[in-house]
Design a protein. Structure first.
Length: 165
């Protein structure tokens, strides 16, 4: 899968808006993620409102790029009704990575901005979206057409591989 090796974090976007078909494909990729006991804890907010994007850009020290995007997903998980709540964050991380890989496959780009588990970041996102207390904010993913493509970096490090025989 080339997208694994060609994907990088994109924080600067053109003004071109992704299509509704691309948005749906990204959501389908996220929802195709495996989850513990098939609990599928995710809920997705599609944010295009400029004022809301600015508020989200203030959620963390690393989220400033959100205000420059035309669109962002906010992923949240449900608090209740989960079969394996202890694995909620793992499930959410896998869904987020699926979005990032599908962005690359579609010629788009984005970056995953962690919100959870920092309470003040989570509350900021909750407030910006008027999110129900039944949901737990997890991440913000601003995305779009990359303003420029960065050169790739080979991150393989053989010293981190340990064989057990």
């Amino acid at each position: 899968m080339d997208a694994i090796f060609t994907r990088n974090s994109v924080r600067k976007f053109t003004d071109e808006m992704p299509t509704e078909e691309q948005i749906e494909r990204l959501l389908r990729a996220a929802m195709a993620a495996p989850s513990a006991k098939n609990q599928q804890p995710w809920e997705f907010f599609i944010v295009t409102n400029e004022e809301c994007l600015v508020k989200l850009s203030e959620a963390t020290p690393y989220s400033m790029c959100v205000k420059n995007a035309r669109i962002a997903f906010v992923l949240a998980s449900r608090r209740d009704g989960l079969n394996a709540p202890q694995y909620r964050d793992i499930d959410m991380g896998i869904a987020s990575e699926n979005i990032l890989l599908e962005l690359e496959a579609l010629g788009l780009g984005g970056v995953m901005i962690g919100v959870s588990p920092i309470p003040e970041n989570m509350e900021h996102v909750r407030s910006a979206l008027n999110m129900s207390e039944t949901l737990i904010p997890f991440t913000i993913i601003p995305f779009g057409y990359p303003a420029k493509k960065r050169p790739l970096e080979d991150r393989y490090d053989a010293s981190r591989v340990h064989r057990v025989k």
